[in-house]
Every structure is written in C-alpha cells, then in structure tokens.
Design a binder for this molecule. Structure first.
Ligand code: GLC
Length: 388
C-alpha cells in the first residue's frame, strides 16, 4: 500500500549539484512507491521570511474579516436597549384599538383570565401541535392535600406532506392519532374534556374558539387560515364517527407553559418559548387590552413576538444571513425576529455563514460542496452539540 504521507515535495538548497543528484537517487531507492519531487529553492532562506510575513498578514486579515462578520451577531448593550425600546412601541401598537389591525406584534387576547390555584381536579385530554412533534396527553389532576398531576402521553410524527397538504388531511391525521391514543389508554368511550395546544397565531373570541391568522414554522396546510381551528378539529372528529370529545380550550404553547409553571408557583405570570419558533405571553391588565370589552381583572396576552421586525424596525440588526434565511423560507418577510433566534432557523443561518466564508476563501479551500449547498442540511441540533 502506498503511504500517502510520503507523497511529498522537498524544497532543497544545495551548495553543490553533486549532492543534489546523489540525494535524489538515494531517496528514490528508499521510498520507491512514493511520489517524490524536488524543487530548487533560490535564495530561499531569505525570501522565506518575507513569505512567512505575507502568510501571517493574509491570515490576520482573514481573521479580521471573519471577526468583523461574526461581530454583527453580538449586540452591544446600547443596541439591546434600542431593541427593548422598539419592542415596547410594537407592544403598545398591538394593544391599542386604533393601531391593532396594522400592528405586527399582535398581542392576542387568550381569554385565560387566571392561573391555577390548586383546586383544579379531574381527568383531561390535551393535544400539542406546533413543535417538532404532535403529542396527545392524558393528564390527571388531583386537588386537595395530596395534590398531584399524573401524565401519560404519546408522540406522533407529522409527515411533511401532511404538514403541507390540505387542512382536511392534517386534521384527519390528528384525529387518527387521538383515536390511537384513546385505544392505547383504553378510554375511548369516556368523552373527556380536551384542551388543544395549537402553537400558531389565533384570533380568539372565547376560550374555545381560535381563528388561525396565518401558519408559521413550516406548516402550510391549505384551507386553515381564516378558519376556527376548534371547528376544524370538531369536524375531523365527526368525519371519523368513532368517538366524541368535549373541546373546552384552545391555547398557545406560551400560555400552556405559563399555566404549567403557575401551578407550581403562583408568581409565574410570563410564558416564554424559544423552541422551533419563539414567542411569549403574560398576564396583562384588562384595561390595557383595548381589543376586549371590560376593564376589570386581567387576561393573558399571547404576544406573537415572532413577528417583531416585520415592519422593518429590526432591519439595522439583521445580517445578510438573516435576510437570506428569510428570503428562502416558506413565509418570507414574516416572523423576522423568530427567524433570527429560534430553532427552526439557527442551523440555516450557520449554513449561510459557512457558504459565504467559503466563497470568500476562508474555509474549505474555497470549494462549496454539494452537501453544503443543500438547504436545512445543517441542523440546529448540530450547533447545540458543537456549543456543548
Ligand atoms: C411561532 C407561533 C407561536 C408559537 C411560537 C413558539 O412563533 O406563531 O404561536 O408560540 O412559534 O412555538
């Protein structure tokens, strides 16, 4: 077998040609299988110092350019304060009646008026749609002295063709997963109350009605936007003619998250998700929520802050990579803040940086491989693994 480490070009400096020929012969005899070449170095030792300097110069220039590019991802304290100020402006626009319709951060009322107080009791079904997987859960909540929550759940995949097919196909799939779960738990005849965690922006008029405003995060099933997703689920259940459920609530994942933690600690009044997408909710004073009648008490507001920046207010901190990821996404121009920070997009941002650095000759000897050109090939989980 050839030993590739012996495929070497030798740089030689000789004071006499006699030695040169002899060395040539000797080396070839010693490593006959190897590809050995000799280059004659002219005033090499002196010129070399210039080359060492030139290489160092080139590399430090490269490092400077790399650092300058990556520095755009680190916001200064002043920039962060700016972002905070702009977020506040957008929040107020979303809460006010006169600006709500045009606001990008929608500040959607959830009709959740209080957090749990520990007296909750019963068996409930829950669905969780909108992350990487679809989950069906049975949650048994017991109040009183021996407060406890018992949970059983099963995870189901949502194939991409279902995510991006018709609404009917999507909801039929969901209902078939529920059917499987009810069989699995042996509770098909029970007609339990159900809460539907549906992690997309919904305009709610009550706890059990939510009109999907627009899909986010790679979902694009047809005939759902503008529809009440609780109705779509009810219709799916009816089509199957196999079981019945009492759908009581549709909640955003931020709200579900807040409620779960509030059960442990009543001071918890903010829910924050940095997952496939990013969003937050919090308990707001009713008098500040102009979209809902009444000034008394409080209500949880689903901010839908993923859309922060959709009016261009974050353009000065969006990098060319953020813009490229946005341009090639299913919903370009939408969810700009989310696309800058959340799990569905971080890997793509890194891939775009790698491509640019390769084009600029900083990486992979300037050769962009087919793999690197493949969209979504660099998963966010790789980034987490590298960071870890
Ligand atoms: C997206 C959805 C939002 C959800 C968030 C986190 O931003 O629009 O409803 O809360 O992702 O899953």
């Amino acid at each position: 077998m050839r030993r590739p480490e012996l495929d070497r070009t030798f740089a030689l400096w000789f004071s006499s040609h006699r030695y040169s020929r002899r060395l040539h012969k000797t080396v070839r005899r010693l490593v006959p299988d190897s590809d050995v070449r000799f280059l004659l170095s002219e005033s090499g030792s002196g010129k070399g110092a210039a080359f060492v300097t030139a290489v160092a110069y080139r590399l430090s220039e490269q490092h400077r350019l790399i650092d300058a590019t990556l520095a755009e991802f680190k916001l200064t304290h002043e920039q962060l304060l700016q972002v905070k100020k702009r977020m506040r402006i957008e929040i107020e626009a979303g809460l006010r009646k006169k600006s709500h319709d045009h606001a990008k951060v929608k500040m959607l009322p959830t009709f959740v008026r209080s957090t749990p107080d520990g007296t909750e009791n019963g068996d409930f079904l829950a669905l969780d749609l909108g992350g990487t997987n679809f989950r069906v859960l049975l949650v048994k909540i017991r109040s009183g002295k021996r407060r406890m929550v018992e949970m059983h759940n099963k995870i189901y995949a949502i194939p991409i063709e279902v995510m991006q097919g018709t609404g009917e196909e999507l909801f039929d799939h969901i209902v078939s997963c529920i059917s499987d779960f009810l069989d699995y738990m042996g509770i098909k005849g029970a007609r339990l109350p159900l809460g539907f965690t549906f992690s997309f922006p919904c305009k709610q008029t009550s706890l059990d009605a939510g009109i999907l405003l627009n899909w986010t995060k790679g979902f694009k099933a047809t005939d759902c936007e503008g529809e009440d997703v609780v109705n779509l689920l009810r219709e799916g259940i009816k089509r199957r003619e196999e079981f019945d459920l009492d759908i009581v609530a549709v909640v955003n994942d931020t709200v579900g998250t807040m409620m779960t933690c509030a059960y442990e600690d009543p001071n918890c009044e903010i829910g924050l998700i940095v997952g496939t997408g990013s969003n937050a909710c919090y308990m707001e004073e009713m008098r500040n929520i102009e979209m809902v009648e009444g000034d008394q008490g409080r209500m949880c507001v689903n901010m839908e802050w993923g859309a922060f920046g959709d009016n261009g207010c974050l353009d000065d901190i969006r990098t060319i990579y953020d813009k490229a990821v946005d341009d090639f996404s299913l919903n370009s121009g939408k969810q700009r803040y989310e696309k800058m920070i959340s799990g569905m997009y971080l890997g793509e941002i890194v891939r775009n940086i790698l491509i640019d650095f390769t084009k600029r000759g900083f990486l992979f000897r300037g050769q962009i491989s087919e793999a690197l050109k493949t969209r979504s090939i660099f998963e966010t989980k790789f980034l987490s693994q590298i960071e870890r």
